[in-house]
Design a protein around this ligand. Structure first.
Ligand code: DOR
Ligand code: ZN
Length: 357
């Protein structure tokens, strides 16, 4: 077998839940950024549904300090939109974050905003052109599109999972609305048929869908409706997943590039498109320019089996365990320093910087 190496500049995962603080038992800013560089990422953007939730300037400051001290990759954080209305704090936080996140459907944490007039208030108040990232499923996608139409704010639709949603968004793009679309590896490689085997280890929001939905996402990737692949890395412990009421979410930082570039080896996806979906695509949406010497080396045509014990994410499990893949992250470089050598992380906690500060 002839191995090939691919160099990708500035690889970004704009959707991760690093946890930390009161949820450090699930993952902490060091363990999960180690998972990020082992997964080939230069930069990750952290979601606000933490404990404490990133809904106030104080909570934001606490998170910025924590990540700043521990991260081994570069990073940004989202500020959260609150159902209790925290729009009066937007001016104080805007400069330090990568955007805001609005949860319009139920999930882990307590950040749900169901009231359309409260969503509108956040749209009206967000001062700029940093993206509003939304968790919207099913008919909620149409409700958010109405806000985009009214307020013209740049909006990223996270983890789109159904044919219905992708069709709505394709039409909205054709209409010229300032929107972008992300999809997740679990919705591209798994379906609801895997739930019997995975149980709660296959539970996430949005949930796994049908084969037809999955096919629609692949089609949307290949015709350019999808702008980026985001992992929605959301670690929970094994014990939590095996409990009476398991939480939603699965780790994904270390499996996304291996899966995506296996699709390249298999001829399901062009090399250029795969690279775009994890680098130029997300970089364009979040306004990121990679510093000199910031790239990832991916080895292609190297067959192996995804194995939990190799993972750096704290809970050390993956819904993809046991899958045969044909690509691996060989090296990650940030600002001229090798941060991951294919086996281990080679920089100290605090190496990573908040590129939005
Ligand atoms: O499955 C999910 N888990 N979806 C989300 O939107 C949140 C995430 C988490 O934080 O666990
Ligand atoms: Zn998420």
């Amino acid at each position: 077998m002839s191995r090939r190496y691919l160099t990708i500049e500035g690889v970004v995962d704009p959707h991760v839940h690093l946890r930390g603080m009161a949820w450090a038992h699930k993952g902490d800013f060091y363990s999960e950024t180690c998972a990020a560089v082992a997964g080939g990422y230069w930069l990750v953007c952290d979601m606000p549904n933490t404990t404490p939730a990133t809904l106030t300037p104080d909570a934001l400051r606490m998170k910025l300090d924590g990540i700043g001290a521990q991260a081994v990759c570069d990073w940004g954080v989202y500020y959260g939109a609150s159902a209790e209305d925290n729009t009066d704090t937007f001016g104080a936080v805007y400069d330090d974050v990568c955007g805001i996140k609005m949860f319009c459907n139920d999930t882990t944490g307590h950040l749900l905003i169901e009231d359309q007039s409260m969503r509108a208030k956040h749209y009206a108040a967000w001062p700029s052109d940093k993206p509003i990232a939304v968790h919207a499923e099913g008919e909620t996608v149409g409700e958010v599109l109405a806000l985009v139409r009214e307020y013209g704010r740049r909006t990223h639709f996270c983890h789109i999972s159904t044919a219905y949603e992708i069709n709505l968004l394709a039409a909205a793009k054709a209409e010229g609305l300032p929107i972008t679309v992300g999809v997740c590896p679990h919705h591209l490689w798994l379906t609801e048929d895997d739930l019997g085997r995975l149980g709660a280890f296959g539970w996430m929001k949005p949930t796994l869908k049908t084969l037809d939905d999955r096919a629609a996402l692949w089609e949307a990737i290949n015709i350019g409706v999808v702008d980026c692949v985001e992992s929605d890395h959301a670690p929970h412990t094994r014990e939590e997943k095996e409990s009476e009421s398991p939480p939603y979410g699965v780790p994904g930082l270390e499996t996304t590039l291996p899966l995506l570039f296996t699709a390249v080896v298999d001829g399901r996806l062009s090399e250029a498109r795969a690279m775009e979906l994890v680098s130029a695509g997300p970089r364009g949406i979040w306004g990121l320019t990679p510093p000199d010497g910031t790239y990832t080396v991916v080895e292609l045509e190297t067959d192996y089996i995804l194995t939990n014990t190799k993972l750096m994410t704290k809970p050390k499990w993956s819904p993809f365990e046991g899958m045969q893949v044909a690509a691996r992250v060989a090296e990650t470089w940030i600002r001229g320093t090798q941060v991951y050598d294919g086996q281990k992380v080679t920089v100290l906690p605090g190496f990573g910087v908040n590129v939005y500060a």
